[in-house]
Design a protein around this ligand. Structure first.
Ligand code: SF4
Length: 257
């Protein structure tokens, strides 16, 4: 076969290949640097996979309506409506092993809101936050402040129990946080006490250790926040209770002052 016949054969192969691509909807594919200099499409092995054309479907290009995002609760005016909108939530993997969604309890108009990281075993069984040993200590702390559990509102960053009481994962917190934020909008507390590093880190968007964060007022979406130790940590480290009590005294001074 002559060189001219070779060239003609190659040219015909290229044309056939391009027509096949065009018929299958491909109207653009990238060219390599050699092709750039030659002005010819690169049909070497490396470039035979065409770039997938970008969709121009206007429905897919339309911005998402925030109220229809899968992870966003629709705007609710009451905690009952919000809990209803949560439904049998499966927005993150934590739904698989939970027994109950632990939504939150307390005064829907509370000035003071306590936020922990997530339910443990007892909370999962009962569907109520902070009812195990750590919860009993929290109840004592609340009563020592001169309140009862009915006066305050108690919730968690995630509403389903993480397996083996591990910390909630970032994607789990991201999925559940909109509901906590909506609870805050409805309750409108004057003060949030973050119980432990997980709640403090996610609300304050920081990685500063809780031992350094605690004891000074911070802010989350215009609400004053006091980070302090988690009651479960205090059960393991009773010597730290006096620091937590110092933090709560500061909260009392602001709320009752
Ligand atoms: S943790 Fe929150 S987002 Fe995840 S399944 Fe439970 S309620 Fe839904």
């Amino acid at each position: 076969m002559t060189t001219q016949q070779d060239k003609t054969l190659t040219r015909n192969s290229i044309i056939t290949h391009l027509e096949t691509l065009k018929q299958s909807g491909v109207d653009f594919f990238s060219t390599g640097s050699n092709a750039e200099s030659s002005g010819m499409p690169d049909v070497s092995d490396k470039s035979e996979t065409p770039t997938v054309p970008r969709t121009r479907d206007p429905e897919l290009l339309r911005p998402l309506d925030p109220s229809t995002r899968p992870n966003q609760p629709t705007s609710c005016h009451s905690l009952e409506n919000l809990e209803e909108s949560l439904g049998d939530c499966n927005r993150c993997h934590l739904h698989k092993e939970r027994q109950n969604i632990v939504f939150g309890v307390g005064n829907p108009e509370a000035d003071l809101m306590f936020i922990g990281e997530g339910p443990g075993h007892d909370e999962d069984v009962q569907g109520i936050p902070f009812v195990g040993r750590a919860g009993q200590l929290l109840t004592k702390m609340i009563e020592a402040m001169g309140f009862s559990r009915k006066d305050v509102y108690i919730a968690n960053v995630v509403k389903c129990r993480p397996p083996n009481n591990r910390n909630p994962l970032p994607d789990e917190m991201e999925a559940c946080l909109p509901f906590l934020k909506q609870q805050l909008i409805i309750v409108k507390p004057k003060m949030i006490v973050c119980l432990g590093k997980v709640a403090a880190h996610v609300l304050l968007e920081t990685q500063i250790p809780i031992s350094k964060l605690r004891g000074t007022f911070k802010e989350f979406e215009s609400i004053t926040v006091m980070p302090t130790f988690h009651p479960a940590y205090l059960l393991r480290n009773p010597a730290m209770k006096r620091f937590a009590w110092d933090d709560l005294k500061k909260v009392m001074a602001v709320l009752k002052g």
